[in-house]
Write a protein that binds this ligand. Structure first.
Ligand code: ZN
Length: 149
């Protein structure tokens, strides 16, 4: 009987208190660092690709240049997405709702914010959102089908 109550307590949120102003200030620094890294970060990736290319013969250059462009585009999309999320997290900080889940309003676990300071959803809502996003994937080449015959 006594142990039963103890296990339940983990879900009541006592282990998951709202962030202190000091902790929020720390996350703010982290977010700004991450932002800076993102804005200058693509340089590193480019460097590694350039180094690889030096070892390749001329014929392969074109193919790998195309690959590099595609790779960079994808990287840029991901960076843009992450930048938006970081800006949003900073805005939420200004509004004083940084550690509140955008969807259900419960406190986002500190551990989760430590791993992803740009998170705006608690882990439960995030998992739910990922399921929804997977269902919304549309095939890009659908339009071309109209031109066959
Ligand atoms: Zn939530």
């Amino acid at each position: 009987m006594a142990t039963k109550g103890r296990v339940r307590q983990r879900e009541t949120g006592e282990d998951n208190p709202p962030l202190t102003p000091e902790e929020i200030a720390e996350f703010k620094v982290q977010l700004h660092d991450k932002r800076k890294q993102l804005l200058s970060g693509s340089e590193d990736t480019k460097k590694t690709i350039d180094e690889d290319q030096e070892k390749l013969p001329d014929e392969v250059d074109l193919a790998s240049a195309e690959y590099e462009a595609a790779f960079e585009n994808r990287l840029r999309d991901r960076e843009k997405y992450l930048l938006k999320k970081i800006d949003k997290a900073l805005e939420r900080m200004e509004e004083g709702v940084y550690d509140e889940c955008e969807s259900c309003g419960s406190i986002i676990a500190k551990k989760r914010l430590q791993a992803r300071p740009e998170a705006t959803l608690c882990i439960v809502c995030k998992e739910e959102q990922e399921q929804v996003e997977k269902g919304f994937v549309k095939p890009r080449l659908q339009r071309e089908e109209e031109y066959t015959f």
